[in-house]
Design a protein around this ligand. Structure first.
Ligand SMILES: [Mn+2]
Length: 381
């Protein structure tokens, strides 16, 4: 028998069982009304192309998503929300918190928001994996950056708290891009004061970040100490995933013991698998809470994939594990997220910024697919 001869007893392969085949069918249901409208507006604003260009959707001046390497960089080339009073017109606001004076080793995360915006231009809105188009199905804006005070941590915290509260209190999902991880404290403070009920936190990091002070200040090693002092942010609802290594664990672990936070190390994940780890995280973070916030430090992913970060620690998550984990978390719904510690001066080929961008996109795509945000909202239980 030749190697291509079929075993007659075996069921014939059904192409319809493949994910992509299902997505081919589902694509028409997503629709393209908004994308068509954006194309018409681009033609209006950017002049019709020269006569030799056959595709008449192309314009003379770039006014849309293509070419990816051209145009003005907002996140996913979404509208710039210049008047922040208009933010309530959107489902999601991308906001930069370009602060890196909470850094204890390599600086540079102040350039994180711009790096994520720049690499986001690579993507269109459709995900084959998730079967969603976040440009078509979600109203996103880029509200620009928060005015941080470069040499003053506490004033910066107040500025970030006020900005995040402004976005969140208007019913808009905030995507806050740091900056170093110290910004998570004001991010959480800004949300918690407008939340009815308790807030759970799922925190991805190689570092535990829960000591009270570091070198006499509230640096990027301290935010979860201060966040869990907020009355409706309980330490028992803080889950820290992918923690470990040789940096900063000792003072933090003492606090984690006192406060009874849940710390899941990389070794735990090796033993139980990422799915089980996330199931535990969801159970702990959601217990008696009305919302959960996702804080994602890019250094939770192995340094081989994330060279552009401030406090590298080998032995982290694989990108596929991280993306799967955040999709599982977003499936249950979250109230906001931050993505921190991308330091472009140390990056290689934008790979760290790109992974950070993908974490955000996979979260947003899942929130749309599951009916938490955007056009499908309310269509699922
Ligand atoms: Mn970290």
């Amino acid at each position: 028998m030749g190697e291509h001869d079929h075993d007659s007893a075996r069921e014939p392969f059904d192409r319809g069982t493949l994910h992509a085949t299902k997505m081919m069918e589902q694509l028409a249901q997503i629709g393209d009304e908004k994308i068509q409208a954006l194309g018409a507006k681009a033609l209006e604003l950017g002049l019709e192309a020269s006569d030799s260009v056959e595709d008449r959707r192309i314009t003379t001046f770039v006014r849309g998503g293509q070419p990816a390497f051209a145009g003005i960089n907002t996140f996913l080339k979404s509208p710039y929300c210049e008047d922040v009073n208009d933010v309530d017109k959107y489902d999601v606001a991308f906001v930069g918190a370009p602060f890196d004076m909470g850094t204890t080793y390599r600086p540079g995360t102040r350039f994180g928001p711009q790096a994520v915006r720049r690499i986001s231009a690579l993507y269109d809105g459709y995900s084959l994996d998730l079967g969603v188009d976040i440009i078509e199905e979600l109203e996103m804006c880029d509200i620009g950056d928060i005015f941080v005070i470069p040499s003053n941590i506490e004033k910066t915290f107040d500025q970030i708290d006020k900005a995040v509260a402004h976005i969140y209190s208007k019913g808009v999902f905030p995507v806050i891009v740091g900056g170093d991880h110290s910004v998570s404290y004001p991010n959480i403070r800004g949300i918690a004061k407008h939340l009815d009920g308790n807030l759970g936190i799922i925190h991805f990091d190689r570092h535990i970040d829960i000591q009270e002070k570091d070198m006499d200040e509230r640096m990027h090693t301290t935010h979860f100490f201060h966040a869990t002092n907020i009355p409706n942010v309980k330490p028992e609802n803080l889950v820290q995933i992918a923690i470990g290594g040789w940096y900063g664990s000792r003072p933090g672990l003492t606090v984690a013991r006192e406060r009874e936070t849940t710390v899941i190390t990389i070794g735990d994940i090796e033993d139980m698998g990422i799915e089980k780890a996330v199931e535990i995280a969801l159970e702990v973070a959601w217990k008696d809470c009305s919302a959960v916030f996702l804080s994602f430090d890019i250094d939770s992913v192995d340094i081989g994939f994330t060279p552009g970060t401030g406090s590298p620690e080998p032995g982290g998550l694989l990108p596929r594990e991280a993306l799967k984990a955040v999709r599982m978390i977003a499936k249950e719904g979250i109230c906001g997220m931050d993505l921190v510690e991308i330091s472009p001066p140390y990056d290689v080929s934008d790979m760290t910024a790109q992974l950070g961008c993908r974490v955000i996109m996979d979260v947003l795509g899942t929130l749309v697919a599951e009916g938490h945000l955007g056009k499908r909202k309310g269509t699922k239980k």
